[in-house]
Design a binder for this molecule. Structure first.
Ligand SMILES: [Zn+2]
Length: 406
């Protein structure tokens, strides 16, 4: 049998580019993000959705806090634009003007800031702080590495496949090796290869039986055919990204950036059985054995980039809530003192009015006695007591009651 010159890989240099390419280790954690790429049709669509959600949620939170800050600024500047009904008391005085001098001091302005913040439920403030901080952190620190970086384990497995002589089954003829100068070389094939399968191995696996290597190990290429095995539809995913023609699932697919799978597939083992035949029926391997190890690095990243910011936000809100509670206690004491002061004033006024009323009543009695003594038949109220006094004498208690109720 004449010798034929073939392309042979006998050594190689294996290196990972860490300058322009990023890598991730937790394949299990990043796998759902790659599925999102597939379900949305392309990595670009998935990136658009994630960044759209990130910007949308953050923009809502920024808008909320912009409105809150604008409200605080307007309130502290006392400009009166968009003034709320609760900014004025029953007498029409501004509630922020605590001493009633018509001007806001620094202390009153600070109290006004706390008064505006106290208006909001702390839970809502917490939610909006989280909406402001978490989406960019999650997207840039958790989603983006899985989107843009390469799976270290899957890439290493893939490149070892190239060492062993396997090409990409799904992007022929892109991996067709031709001389750079176009000159004819003995090692360059005149035409690109085919995606192919081994008829006996794939047929046995499809039937659910173990292939018998003694039937083909001495001349494995004899049963190699172009295309995909008839009936292998379960291994053929038509929804894969950038599908050109039907191929079976394989580790050697050209999409290493979007490939989170770290196992060999039947297609890969079939190719290895053709290139490196094993005639031992017991040791020959035709079905993949895949051990997935959960590294849980993704969970640690979530803890670092999600849990810690959340705890810091909660701490901020609790601190803010404590300040508001202190302010509320001070407000309650201030209102109580103001109420007691007004109550005292009204009671003093009422006592004064009652004294006046008693005085007029005494005058009335004195006048009636005089008229009776004069034999007058007139029994009406002493004319010198004005009607307004009678009405006024009853008004303080009503006035006090109205204020007390208020
Ligand atoms: Zn490759």
């Amino acid at each position: 049998m004449p010798r034929t010159q073939v392309v042979e890989a006998y050594a190689g240099t294996f290196s990972f580019n860490v300058k322009r390419v990023c890598w991730y280790l937790d394949s299990q954690f990043c796998a759902p993000f790659h599925k999102l790429k597939q379900s949305l049709g392309s990595p670009g669509n998935a990136r658009l959705l994630i960044w759209g959600l990130t910007y949308g949620v953050t923009a809502i939170a920024i808008l909320f806090y912009f409105c809150l800050v604008a409200t605080i600024v307007m309130r502290t500047l006392h400009c009166g634009v968009c003034e709320d009904a609760d900014e004025r008391d029953a007498k029409g005085a501004h509630v922020d003007d605590e001493d009633g001098d018509g001007k806001l001091s620094i202390k009153e302005r600070l109290a006004a800031i706390v008064r505006v913040i106290a208006h909001w439920n702390p839970v809502i403030l917490t939610i909006f702080i989280l909406m402001l901080i978490l989406p960019p952190v999650i997207t840039t620190r958790i989603f983006q590495p899985c989107f843009d970086c390469y799976d270290f384990e899957a890439a290493a497995l893939h490149e070892i496949g190239h060492f062993l002589g396997l090409g990409h089954p799904d992007n022929i003829p892109d991996n067709w090796l031709t001389p750079a100068n176009g000159a004819s070389q003995s090692w360059a094939l005149p035409s690109p290869g085919n995606n192919s399968y081994h008829r006996l191995i794939s047929g046995a696996l499809l039937d659910g039986t173990r292939p018998n290597p003694s039937l083909f190990c001495n001349n494995p290429w004899a049963a190699v055919e172009a295309g995909v095995p008839p009936g292998a539809s379960k291994d053929i995913d038509e929804t894969k990204l950038n599908v050109r023609y039907p191929t079976r699932d394989a580790q050697m697919e050209s999409r290493t950036q979007h490939n989170p799978r770290t196992c060999l597939f039947d297609d890969d083992l079939e190719a290895l059985a053709v290139l490196y035949p094993d005639c031992n029926a017991k040791s020959a391997l035709f079905e993949s054995v895949c051990h997935n190890i959960n590294l849980n690095i993704g969970i640690v990243r979530i803890a670092v980039y999600l849990l810690f910011p959340t705890i810091i936000c909660l701490f901020m809100v609790i601190t803010c809530s404590s300040v508001v509670h202190g302010f509320e206690r001070r407000e309650a004491a201030r209102h109580r003192a103001k109420y007691e002061q007004e109550k005292e004033l009204i009671e003093a006024k009422h006592r004064k009015q009652m004294a006046k009323s008693r005085l007029y009543s005494a005058f009335g009695k004195f006048g009636r006695c005089q008229m009776r003594a004069a034999g007058s038949t007139q029994s009406t109220t002493y004319p010198s007591v004005p009607a307004a006094v009678t009405a006024q004498s009853s008004s303080p208690s009503a006035q006090f009651m109205a204020i007390a109720e208020h």
